[in-house]
Design a protein around this ligand. Structure first.
Ligand SMILES: NC(=O)c1ccc[n+]([C@@H]2O[C@H](COP(=O)([O-])OP(=O)(O)OC[C@H]3O[C@@H](n4cnc5c(N)ncnc54)[C@H](OP(=O)(O)O)[C@@H]3O)[C@@H](O)[C@H]2O)c1
Length: 257
């Protein structure tokens, strides 16, 4: 069960808040009155967003963070405690993919695993002791439909990984008072999908789903809902899914090889 502050609002640490789904989520949660600790590397965007959401600087703070760096992660959690005295919710949203071409041609493809999988696990390790001893808290991981129906091998490795981590952690923590929710988006407009030639809604649809799980924790929410059919098709007819995903997603998203 997720606890609330005395005003009924939660203290939320949100990674990847400088653009796309994270930025939309920051706006959505600030609008609902939650206290926010915004994290990402681009300091200018982050600071401007914090100022836009809370000119007083007391309810929304920006903490420039590289989630792949252990000292930076620790500094983020310390800054949240210094400002608010507790963390009710950790939203692991920061994510990357191999933007151009095949992952095996990229000079450092494993950064995808470091940002999308290793960093969330390490951040959970930092917040969990306090949440468990308090008997309340909520971990929200942003997965992907690519964690159910594989696309780019490196990206899907990270998203199948975060999905397994989320579902397993949820079971490990049952009865502890700490909730674990997974939000799995399909394609939505953001910097990550700027080159994708596919029909996509804006990131606000995911932001609303994240706000929804804060009210009612869920094992997994897939947004937009139509992507549940993609996951179902993938499970029932994997051979057909191989050909469709190759033709419709991989070729259009990652190149035409
Ligand atoms: N857009 C989609 O269609 C889609 C679909 C399924 C899942 N997702 C997932 O949704 C999440 C958000 O992606 P998005 O679509 O909103 O993409 P985006 O606009 O590119 O945003 C990615 C965010 O992650 C941050 N980030 C990247 N590397 C970081 C690092 N080392 N340290 C801290 N922050 C870092 C970026 O900030 P800085 O560059 O400032 O650090 C940025 O705020 C990701 O986990 C992604 O995998 C997206």
């Amino acid at each position: 069960m997720t606890s609330k502050t005395s005003s009924g609002r939660r203290v939320v640490v949100l990674t990847g808040a400088s653009s796309g789904i994270g930025l939309a989520t920051a706006r959505e949660l600030a609008g609902r009155g939650h206290a926010l600790v915004l994290a990402a590397r681009r300091e200018d965007q982050l600071t401007a967003l914090a100022r836009e959401l809370d000119p007083s600087g007391s309810r929304v703070i920006a903490v420039p963070t590289d989630v792949t760096d252990a000292a930076s992660r620790r500094a983020l959690i310390e800054a949240a405690h210094a400002q608010f005295g507790r963390i009710d919710v950790l939203i692991n949203n920061a994510g990357v993919t191999v933007e151009r071409g095949w992952w095996w041609d990229d000079s450092d493809p494993l950064r995808v695993i470091r940002v999308n999988l290793e960093a969330p696990i390490e951040l959970v390790r930092l917040v969990l002791p306090q949440m468990r001893s308090r008997g309340s808290g909520h971990i929200v991981n942003i997965g992907s439909v690519a964690g159910r129906a594989a696309t780019n091998g490196m990206y899907s490795a990270s998203k199948f990984g975060i999905r397994g981590f989320s579902l397993g952690l949820r079971r490990e923590l049952l009865g502890s008072g700490v909730d674990v929710s997974l939000v799995s988006p399909g394609f939505v407009k953001s910097e990550m999908t700027a080159r994708a030639r596919l029909p996509m809604p804006g990131p606000e649809v995911v932001a609303r789903a994240v706000a929804g799980v804060l009210e009612r924790p869920r094992r997994e929410v897939t947004v937009p809902g139509i992507y549940r059919a993609v996951a179902l098709l993938n499970g029932l007819l994997p051979g057909l899914a191989d050909r469709l995903v190759r033709r419709v997603v991989i070729a259009r998203r990652y190149g035409s090889q």
